[in-house]
Each structure stands twice: as C-alpha cells, then as structure tokens.
Ligand binder design. Structure first.
Ligand code: ADP
Length: 405
C-alpha cells in the first residue's frame, strides 16, 4: 500500500509518499510560497537528487497538482500512475475535544473541523484547504486526518483545566489542548520499543525541542500533561515564543507599547520573544546561539540558560505529577541535534539521580541511550517521525475499512 502524507501551512505544502509494505519513504518534497508569484516546488525521490521548479500555485489545489505531477514524472517521479496511491493522510493541527484519535475524513469530519477553526485560526484553515484541494483532485481516494492535539485528549481534567471560571471552558472551550501530539506519541512508543519494555509500564517525559517546543508527561503510554496549552504559545521558552508568562504582562505591554492585545500576543509574544528576544534579537536558531555563547556573547548564553531552566522545571513537575520517572526522551531539531543543550538541561537534574555518558551524548539525529547504566532514569535521543506516524495511522484506518491496497 502507498500512502501520501500532506502537511499544509498557510503558504506551504509538505508531502511524503510512503510504501507501507517496505516501510520506506519513496519521495518527499514541499511547495513553498503558495499564493505568491514566486511559488516553487522542491521534490526529492528516495536515493535521487533534489529538483527545484518554479510553479504557478495561486492556492493549495494548484500546488497539489504539481506534487502529483512530480510524483508521476517520468524522470523524477516514483510511481507511474496516481491510482497507485491508496490513501492520503493529512496533518491537522487542532482537533479540539472532538478528535481523540485519527479519523477517516467524511462530510461530518469536515463539519467538525470547521467548528474547530475558532480554536486554531492560524493553523486549521490551511489544513482544511489542503484536505479540500485533495478531495477535489482525488474525490474517490480515502483520506485520514491526524491531529496534533489528539494524543493529549487523555489528560485528566485537573491537568487540562485552567484556574478560570468553569463557564469559560463550558461555553468557549478554554482549556489546555496541547500540540506536537503525533511526535510525543511516536517517540514515547519508540522509546519503549528500544527499552524492550511495554509502554504501559513506563512513565516518561518526552521533550520535543525544536523551534516550537513542548514537553509531555507520558504515563503508561498516555499523555497526562503537556506544556503547550490553549495555543502553542504556552509552556517552554521557544525560538520566538515566550512560553509561560504572567498574563497581566499582556495588558501592561499593550499600554507601554500602544498596541492591541492581539498585536502583543501574535506579533510580540509569538514572533519576537523566546530565545530570539532574550538574546537581544540575535537569532532564534539554536546553532547561532550556541556558537555566539561559545564566543562569550552574554545574552546568547542567557537565552540558552533560560530555555534549559524552563525544561528542567517542567521535567521536575512531570516527575512529581506521574509519581515515577523511568525515561526522558529528547527529540526534534534541538533535542536530536544538540548535545550542548541536552548537557545544559541534564546537568541540572543530577538531583533526580540522572547521570549522562558524555561520549554517548555526543550524538546527532540518531537513536541512542545517553545515560550511564547506573543512572536512575534512562535518558535517550529518539528522532521524531511525525510523517511516518501519519502514514501508519492512515494505512491502519484504510485497511480496516477494506479499501484497495
Ligand atoms: P520546527 O519543526 O519547530 O520548526 P525543528 O524541530 O526543525 O523545528 O527544529 C529547528 C531548530 O533545531 C532550530 O532552532 C535549529 O537551530 C535547531 N537545530 C538543528 N540542528 C541543530 C544543531 N546541530 N545544534 C543545535 N540546534 C540545532
């Protein structure tokens, strides 16, 4: 069975085609600057060279046509006929409380997605546009929605409710939803496999540290808490997002900066804060910050310390919440590739009986246990693979409905 995974952003469309039998990614690529005159597609067949083509993509539907063209292209394509594709799996950011797992997309699901728009006004509309484009182009193809929020739907009420009026939750859905769920689900399951222990017996903290970052407390295979909240702004200090702050800072900054609340939240706290803001505007890229910190740049050093400290605080909180901690798992851009950041975090956790083998920690982008055998908590690096997870869910759902394979 071949499954196409599609992830649409407001001006981008990323894709990967998987062969589920050989468990390989046959091709991947992305269309960038959708909706502008400078749109282009980058396509890479597995084992082949990348190709870049300028395209006319006024919308996601046109962009999708180029994806199909590239996939079936005689030179750079990997299939000869689109009918070889059995299903499409779509990444959807927000499923609200309606979706606690991946679902086959039908009219009722589309309706429910529309109703979630309010909760994710920046992310869900392009996801929906992508689904609609694919449905128009391939009306007979089964499609599956895989939600960033779904894995966290197992959180108990005490973890997902905020200390505000219950009516705000009941009327408007104000609660913690959490994001990066597909990644937390993938790495927690994979970590259990690597440890050779059933996930149902383990308590772990999964650390998805990228440009956007979140932690999850995964107890016995279920998310019981996570650091992102009503939106992806809460929790850790991120590349450009502030993470947790006193909400009164918003009205204070509105007054001081002469800006509206949405300008402060979207323009400032989402896009110009985090390690970018802390480093005095130097960079949101951790490679730049580590390099600058190494040269003695004081604010870069400070930004990295604030970032690490917040991660440490959450790990401690989640260890307490779960009452047990067997493993800490690092993933995503920073978590997978930065031994420096892992050291910065883990060196503060010796109080929990954690000890790290520096030689093993010197790993980038591959699976590895980095703690010493005597460490009370196993610490590991597990590269995330959200696309493979989306493909797997899609194949499972489509197989169970007896579709063509
Ligand atoms: P997102 O998906 O949230 O955009 P990623 O998970 O791709 O982000 O992570 C991007 C971040 O990973 C960037 O800030 C980048 O600096 C960081 N990163 C990638 N490689 C390294 C590295 N070798 N050392 C430190 N940071 C790295």
């Amino acid at each position: 069975m071949k499954v196409l995974v599609v992830n649409c952003g407001s001006s981008s469309l990323k894709y990967q085609l998987f062969d589920m039998d050989s468990k390989t990614c046959m091709a991947r690529g992305n269309v960038e600057r959708v909706g502008t005159a400078e749109a282009f597609i980058v396509h890479k067949p597995n084992g082949g060279d990348k190709v870049r083509r300028d395209v006319t993509a006024a919308d996601h539907e046109q962009a999708m046509k180029y994806v199909f063209e590239c996939l079936t292209d005689p030179k750079v394509g990997v299939i000869s006929d689109l009918r070889e594709i059995s299903a499409i799996g779509h990444r959807v950011v927000h499923g609200g409380e309606k979706f606690a797992g991946s679902v086959l997309i039908d009219g009722a699901v589309m309706q429910a997605l529309e109703e979630c728009q309010d909760l994710a006004p920046l992310h869900n509309p392009p996801n929906i546009m992508g689904i609609e484009a694919c449905r128009r182009l391939m009306p007979d193809l089964p499609m599956v929605g895989v939600f960033d929020t779904a894995f966290h739907q197992t959180m108990p009420r005490e973890a997902y409710l905020y200390g505000v009026g219950y009516d705000m939750y009941a009327k408007y859905g104000v609660r913690r939803y959490g994001f990066h769920g597909t990644s937390h689900r993938y790495v927690s399951a994979r970590a259990a496999e690597i440890l050779g222990r059933p996930v149902e017996k383990l308590c772990m903290v999964t650390c998805h540290l990228g440009n956007g970052s979140s932690l999850a407390a995964v107890k016995h295979g279920k998310s019981i808490d996570t650091s992102m909240g009503f939106t992806p702004l809460e929790g850790l200090v991120m590349g450009t997002r502030s993470g947790d702050i006193d909400p009164a800072i918003v009205s204070f900054l509105c007054e001081k900066l002469g800006r509206s609340a949405s300008e402060v939240v979207l323009g400032y706290l989402n896009k110009n804060s985090g390690v970018l803001g802390l480093s005095g505007g130097l960079s949101n890229d951790f490679r730049d910050l580590e390099e600058a910190a190494g040269r003695g740049h004081e604010l870069a050093q400070l930004a990295l310390d604030v970032f690490a400290y917040r991660v440490v605080k959450y790990i401690g909180a989640y260890a307490a919440a779960m009452g047990q901690l067997d493993a800490i798992v690092f993933t995503a851009g920073v978590g997978e590739n930065s031994p420096e950041m892992r050291t910065r975090i883990l060196s503060r956790l010796s109080g929990l009986g954690i000890s790290i083998d520096p030689a093993k920690n010197n790993v980038r982008g591959s699976e590895q246990i980095i703690s010493t055998p005597s460490s009370r908590v196993t610490v590991m690096v597990v590269p995330t693979n959200e696309e493979a997870m989306i493909a797997r869910d899609t194949a499972e759902i489509v197989s169970s409905m007896g579709a063509r394979s």
